[in-house]
Design a protein around this ligand. Structure first.
Ligand SMILES: [Zn+2]
Length: 277
């Protein structure tokens, strides 16, 4: 593992490595953490935790040929790949959908796999697409769909295929931005430390994937994801009225200190989005 390490920050909201490495044990809480972070959507745009992910229905995926295995324990690492396809200029969602279909066909018909190998795909236009069947729901549940993208490490890694070939050119900004969004989301759901969790395919297998250029950008990706996580913790801490660490983030919205105590009162029952009393 050629993963660069850097000193721990002493910021009070720093993501604690020991805490985050317990991702598996905390995976169940990670699901609900996503719900809590949904509240933060009203804050800074960067605090939005769940990126837009196009589903398999959106890109008209074929049904998988075999059963999809969903593991109860979330992944410990996020593997960055490149698709080794052309560095196209088409940034449309229709192109991203066509890419997903072509990858699925290749994996099923040429490789003989049951379905798309990776769990997520990002196009050069920055569109994030669900890969293997049930991946999106598994992530939401803090679970893990067993994929086929990194030999001997599929049980504990989630794979992101980034469209293009990055041996000698760098990915477009839209793709890198979506990759930061995606990795931040996954680190929050699974409570992973980006400095440890984000790796390139070549860290595990003998391959040039994800290309020298994209591989050289992984330290910056880890830093960008770490910054995003700290922003979100700060935002949630403001909402909670005190400093939170990732470990103590509630698995449900924080109880307000000013909540009144009264007979029959058991918390908010009707909100602005409800249409009837
Ligand atoms: Zn790869």
């Amino acid at each position: 593992m050629a993963v660069e390490r850097r000193p721990e920050t002493d910021h009070p909201l720093a993501v604690d490595r020991r805490t985050m490495l317990r991702g598996a044990a905390l995976a169940a809480g990670g699901v609900l953490l996503g719900g809590v972070l949904g509240v933060s959507a009203a804050g800074p745009a960067s605090a939005s935790a769940t990126p837009k992910v196009y589903t398999r229905a959106d890109w008209k995926a074929r049904a998988p040929k075999g059963g999809i295995q969903v593991l109860a324990t979330g992944p410990t690492h996020i593997v960055v790949h490149h698709t080794a396809t052309g560095n196209v200029s088409d940034t449309s969602t229709s192109h991203a959908a066509a890419l997903s279909r072509s990858i699925q066909s290749y994996h099923m018909d040429s490789n003989g796999w049951s379905d798309t190998g990776q769990q997520l795909t990002i196009s050069r236009g920055g569109h994030i697409m669900e890969g293997r069947d049930r991946s999106l729901q598994a992530i939401r549940d803090g679970k893990h769909v067993l994929g086929a993208h990194t030999a001997n490490h599929n049980s504990h890694t989630i794979g992101i295929e980034n469209e293009g070939t990055y041996t000698s050119t760098t990915p477009p900004g839209a793709l890198m931005s979506a990759l930061v969004d995606t990795c931040s989301w996954l680190c929050l759901v699974y409570r992973l430390d980006p400095q440890e969790a984000i790796v390139g395919h070549r860290d595990y297998n003998a391959t040039s994937c994800p290309g020298d250029k994209l591989y050289s950008m992984l330290p910056q990706l880890r830093d960008d994801v770490g910054s995003r996580l700290r922003e979100q913790l700060i935002h949630l801490s403001r909402q909670a009225g005190r400093e939170l660490t990732l470990e103590e983030l509630p698995s449900y919205p924080a109880v307000p200190s000013s909540e009144r105590i009264a007979t029959f009162y058991h918390g908010p029952a009707i909100g602005d989005l409800d249409t009837s009393l």
